[in-house]
Design a protein around this ligand. Sequence first.
Ligand code: KG4
Ligand code: ZN
Length: 335
Amino acid sequence: MILAIETSCDDTCAAVVGHRGEIHSNEIASQGLLHERYGGVVPEIASRRHLELVDAVVADALEDAGAALDDVDSVAVTRGPGLIGALLVGLSSAKALAAARRLPLVPVDHLHGHVVASTLGPDPIEPPYVCLVASGGHTFVARVDDPASYAILGQTLDDAAGEAFDKGARILGLGYPGGPAIDRLAREGDPRAFGFPRSLPKGGEDSGGLDFSFSGLKTSLLYRARDLGERESERRRADLAASYQAAIVDSLTTRLGEAIEREGVRNVALGGGVAANSALRAAAASLCERLGTRLWTPARELCTDNAAMIGAAARFSPQVAYPGYLALDASARLG
Ligand code: KG4
Ligand code: ZN
């Protein structure tokens, strides 16, 4: 069994995953409430909290799996990208756990985790597949021929989709994190009430032509809310949320559709926190039905940050033998 640890942002996560992708446990201690009053993640507070929580979360993951450290044959950990102080807490814990038993360590790229989340469980996705990863820090479409790696076909040129949700929610006075709040409120609104721009940038020469851009959209919401005035934008908040969400979802599924057609694959996956969004899940499902492809939408807790997906990526990543990993550094910008 693989013991996996993930602390790249504001969730302290540990999981026990089998070598065939079985999820024996998947623990997530969310720090959401701690950062809410600041309107976003405060890196120093996140690292301190990881330090307080990580041992207990690892113990819980083992207990939940009905396992002991003796049953673990490797320790996987997110090496980056993410908040450097937060990453260091997970990496140091993983090193200590592995070194104490002379186990190998598997350093994992957080985004690789999002890309292979659909290889977990009883019905794993098989390559080749196209994957849309939309999270708080990253947004891209990638092709996977071998789950050991992924080739990016297009990515955001400015804000990530999750960032667009979070910034939009702040403009609408919905608090942090914004994605789930917009998702909820949008259910009561009309997605066609307001026309927000669907930006589909051509990108540079080597971009592959499937890039995204979300910064103009956020500005457009800001101006629209300002034009409506405080009372009116408050009254029409659900319509604003639904229309804004529709613009993000449209851009994401347009590029996903183009990638599927261009790459000619039959299998498609979603990943990243924004893949927990109900409108995106529904739109991607109808897109794939129309194109005759099969879609894997991981359970919501496997879309947002979690350690099971780090264990999944570890199955396809090189191990570093003891004591080679003791000098390994975390990396805020990996790749
Ligand atoms: O993958 P993730 O948990 O962390 C990063 O790697 O960034 O993604 C977090 C992002 C946040 O921006 C959050 O607002 C967004 O995912 N998110 C959602 C939903 N749940 C989380 N966005 C839209 N709808 C949701 N239901
Ligand atoms: Zn993530």
